[in-house]
Ligand binder design. Structure first.
Ligand SMILES: Nc1ncnc2c1ncn2[C@@H]1O[C@H](COP(=O)(O)OP(=O)(O)OP(=O)(O)O)[C@@H](O)[C@H]1O
Ligand SMILES: [Mg+2]
Length: 260
């Protein structure tokens, strides 16, 4: 489904991510871990065609369902983003417009991608919120983002991202701002959605505990390059670099449990 082939990503002609490769099949979960500045967000944004600061993929290719994403026209991107490929961020609250109620943004988002009456879009929004175990979806639709807790806002973000049953969900530190209990619940819910929809997920996380708990594949990055990559067992218990060992030694627990 996704095949990232040996890409180099440069900001202002300075290569930042080098020789990066990974692939993902439908329904698989891969984690991207590594210290701050190692290039995790850069990789995720490159897949979504949304590199900031004049960033460009200068070598290699990114294939999605066999076609090169790098060749996409702006129009093709508009159709793909938010439907087949969607994304959630560290704090969905920051993405939601603070002056608008959740429902207004949700209805508008649904209607930009699908012809639907406002009433039907509202119903679909409520259904997605309830699927994310947000009780009283109607009330949440009528709330402003600041009236919700961080964990609720993050569930709203995931509910929106899953609306069109994406083939690929890119999640950049989706649980890092949350307490460990909420973190564990949200991780489990993402896994359930993967089971239900067959969505492939790439999750960026500082927390190797989260990566160990949920991923089929783990890619460890250091200074813009892949320092380790493989299935979860190999990365956690097989041969791995000293750098990965350092990350493993520093693993915080997830919901009171350690998974590595
Ligand atoms: N907008 C930008 N303009 C110029 N350079 C950038 C920009 N964004 C990132 N970079 C460069 O890319 C490097 C990797 O940044 P990136 O945000 O991908 O790291 P990260 O692994 O996501 O870090 P963190 O864990 O802190 O989020 C940075 O150290 C910086 O040199
Ligand atoms: Mg980042």
């Amino acid at each position: 489904m996704l095949d990232i082939k040996n890409i180099t990503i440069s900001y202002q002609d300075r290569p930042t991510v080098k020789n990066f490769s990974m692939s993902l099949k439908a329904g698989e979960i891969a984690s991207l871990v590594g210290e701050s500045g190692s290039g995790k967000t850069t990789v995720i944004r490159a897949v979504l065609g949304l590199l900031a600061g004049g960033g460009k993929v200068t070598e290699g290719d990114i294939l999605f369902d066999g076609g090169s994403l790098l060749q996409n026209t702006p129009d093709q991107w508009r159709r793909l983003r938010g439907t087949d490929i969607s994304m959630i961020f560290q704090d969905s609250g920051a993405m939601l417009n603070p002056t608008r109620k959740i429902g207004e943004g949700f209805v508008e988002y649904i209607r930009t991608h699908e012809k639907m009456s406002k009433g039907d879009a509202w119903k679909k929004g409520v259904e997605m919120l309830e699927r994310m175990r947000l009780p009283g979806g109607d009330n949440i639709m009528r709330s402003y983002p600041f009236q919700l807790s961080g964990g609720m806002r993050q569930r709203v973000g995931i509910a929106m991202a899953m609306t069109f049953r994406p083939k690929l969900l890119l999640a950049d530190e989706p649980t890092s701002a949350l307490d460990v209990t909420t973190q564990a619940q949200i991780v489990r819910q993402m896994m359930e959605l993967r089971d239900e929809y067959g969505t492939g997920i790439i999750i960026v996380t500082h927390n190797l505990g989260v990566a160990a708990y949920m991923s089929d594949w783990i890619v460890v990055m250091k200074d813009g390059e892949v320092s380790d990559s493989g299935d979860r067992e190999t990365i956690l218990h097989g041969n791995h670099s000293d750098y990965t060992q350092k990350l493993l030694d520093a693993v915080p627990s997830l919901g009171g449990k350690r998974y590595v």
